[in-house]
Design a binder for this molecule. Structure first.
Ligand code: SF4
Length: 294
């Protein structure tokens, strides 16, 4: 495809990125600082650069996968849901699952991902009445070498790091393994419902994860929404470096660029209009109901 097509797609990605970000900020009532936004956009652009040929072959994107009416060992009902992409090429059908997990971590823990993809694959086969040939995970984070090259390297070093980057990780597909995994899922649902769970001890948080140099606390806990309510994380955090005064001043003073602010204002305005409309509709309904009762 032409350079014009690539340019159009890049423009589309950038516009959608800022629109999505503005919605996330408005819905969650938070502001994301410019540095984080820049890094996130860079990641999306590099991801497109690396995977555009694969992306152009996608035949079904964001396919919802649902397996309802499953029963746990204790008789509880639960549903499994997921979203995948499907590509057909050279008479093969391949199911891709996009993960924000580190590629090295995925490679060293393939078994866990294979279990999930075996279930997704078997559901897809059943819904579509077609065989699936392979599954794979696409891990989106940029590898450390590429991150370094983007910040401090030359163009040649960036190109080299992009070439070495392998975000697509093939998995073994075995739909027959699905039943064992469903049993495991059922047991996990029972444990959650019975409140039988606890964080790992702090020694685990300080241990390096399989296949990497990063410890559990940095790899897993830093993305965990409940870390500030978690005893193990609190214990781990005590005595660790906190934000300096300069860091705090930078975060407080960073009010985003003009485009961010305009989009934020527009979306907030639309949300207010929508709210007022809903409130006035409720009022009309209330009045109509009262009149009707009278
Ligand atoms: S912070 Fe979250 S991920 Fe980390 S140990 Fe606690 S509960 Fe688990």
């Amino acid at each position: 495809m032409s350079d014009d097509f690539d340019k159009d797609i890049e423009e589309f990605i950038e516009n959608r990125f800022y629109d999505n970000l503005a919605v996330i900020e408005t819905e969650n009532k938070l502001r994301i600082n410019s540095f984080v936004k820049e890094q996130a956009l860079l990641q999306v652009k590099m991801y497109w650069e690396k995977l555009k040929e694969l992306a152009k072959k996608v035949t079904q994107s964001e396919v919802p996968i649902t397996l309802s009416n499953q029963t746990t060992p204790k008789g509880r009902n639960y549903t499994i849901r997921g979203v995948v992409d499907i590509i057909k090429e050279d008479n093969e059908t391949i199911l891709y699952d996009i993960k924000t997990h580190d590629p090295d971590f995925v490679r060293h823990n393939k078994e866990n991902y294979e279990k999930q993809l075996n279930i997704y694959g078997s559901i897809w086969e059943r819904i579509n009445q077609k065989p699936l040939d392979r599954t794979a995970v696409i891990a989106t984070p940029l590898p450390a070498k590429l991150r370094w090259a983007l910040h401090e390297g030359t163009q040649a070093q960036i190109r080299n790091a992009v070439t070495e980057w392998e975000p697509v990780i093939p998995m073994e597909y075995n739909k027959n393994a699905r039943d064992g995994t469903l049993e495991e899922f059922g047991e996990i649902v029972d444990n959650i419902q019975d409140c039988k769970f606890a964080p790992p001890p702090v020694v685990v948080l300080k241990t390096k994860m399989a296949g990497g140099k990063t410890i559990f606390a940095r790899k897993i806990c830093h993305n965990c929404d409940i870390r500030f309510a978690c005893d193990s994380y609190r214990e781990y955090s005590i005595g660790r470096r906190t934000l300096s005064t300069d860091d705090l001043i930078y975060l407080i003073k960073d009010m985003g660029n003009d485009r961010d602010n305009l989009t934020f204002k527009n979306i907030s305005f639309e949300a207010d209009v929508q709210k007022e409309f809903e409130a006035s509709t409720e009022q009309v309904e209330d009045i109509t109901e009262q009149e009707f009762e009278e």
